[in-house]
Design a protein around this ligand. Structure first.
Ligand code: G6P
Length: 280
């Protein structure tokens, strides 16, 4: 067995999680892979894993008040597994933890706050639940944003529709000036570069990824009000060294997060957010 990753299975479902970034890199149900992992992904800890479910913390994208790299350090830190996986009749579960001493020193220095993250991955026969708990272990308040950057596998992204975002307000990061608008379509489709942050989408609204060729997946969110839809399309694909030129056709990112507003945590306080992916 490879100590660098944890494999869980439950019935006919399985999930693979690298300690590097606590990155889920595979979720299979009945032998069907639901998650995209680039053929060019670095799996040796030299770069954030291109694909799977990278964890974004302590901030989404780049922000003026931080010199941390895009999406923060959680996805490029080596996490520790907490206990051995536990299995019940209905689910198999494992948890990982990260605190500042396991963050690369150069990055920890750029965000000098005491914290503890706990990431729990739970597998049932038809669901994958990933939950992040953030604890402020410092004696002063600090703030963060976070997101589960899920890459879904697709066979021809032109067939994909992301449902459940109709009526949601979004920021279009591709359009000049990143204008804000309201989604009018029942399904978001990909026919060019897409990079949109849908903000304040009610937790009760299920987001469904359809037409992937790998079976529909419903995304249930808890405490994650924002949904990012991303496909780099042709030019951005070519510009990414760890992504095949044609792989834009094989993936769509539907990312559940809390990124539109900073979350402030008082000393001793915790915040928990997560998603359940369910085969439809
Ligand atoms: O290349 P990365 O740092 O992994 O970021 C990949 C993408 O993540 C999110 O989806 C952002 O909205 C995109 O703007 C970004 O390009």
């Amino acid at each position: 067995s490879n100590p660098a990753k944890v494999l869980l299975s439950h019935g006919n479902a399985s999930v693979e999680i690298y300690l590097f970034g606590a990155t889920v890199t595979s979720w299979k149900v009945g032998g069907v892979e639901k998650i995209f992992l680039s053929k060019k992904a670095h799996l040796d800890g030299s770069k954030a894993i291109r694909g799977g479910i990278p964890l974004v913390f302590p901030h989404f994208g780049t922000i003026p008040t931080s010199t941390l790299p895009q999406h923060g350090f959680a996805r490029v830190s080596t996490w520790s597994r907490l206990d051995p996986p536990s299995e019940t009749e209905t689910a198999t579960s494992v948890a990982f933890t990260l605190s500042p001493r396991a963050v690369p020193a150069a990055l920890a220095a750029k965000w000098p706050h005491a914290f503890r993250l706990t990431y729990t991955v739970t597998l049932t026969t038809d669901t994958l639940t990933t939950t992040l708990k953030v604890e402020n272990t410092a004696d002063v308040a600090w703030e963060f944003t976070s997101l589960l950057h899920t890459y879904f596998a697709t066979r021809g992204v032109a067939h994909v529709g992301v449902k459940g975002l109709e009526g949601a307000s979004f920021v279009d990061k591709v359009a000049e000036g990143a204008p804000r608008a309201v989604e009018s379509r029942t399904a978001v489709i990909v026919a060019g570069e897409v990079d949109r942050v849908y903000e304040g989408v009610d937790d009760k609204a299920e987001v469904t990824v359809t037409g992937t060729g790998h079976g529909d997946v419903v995304v249930h969110r808890t405490n994650l009000p924002d949904v990012v839809v991303w496909n780099p399309w042709t030019d951005k694909a070519k510009a990414m060294a760890d992504f095949g030129d044609d792989e834009f056709d094989n993936m769509i990112c539907v990312e559940a997060g809390s990124v539109a507003k900073f979350i402030s945590l008082q000393p001793g306080e915790t915040w928990t957010g997560g998603q359940t992916l369910k085969t439809a």
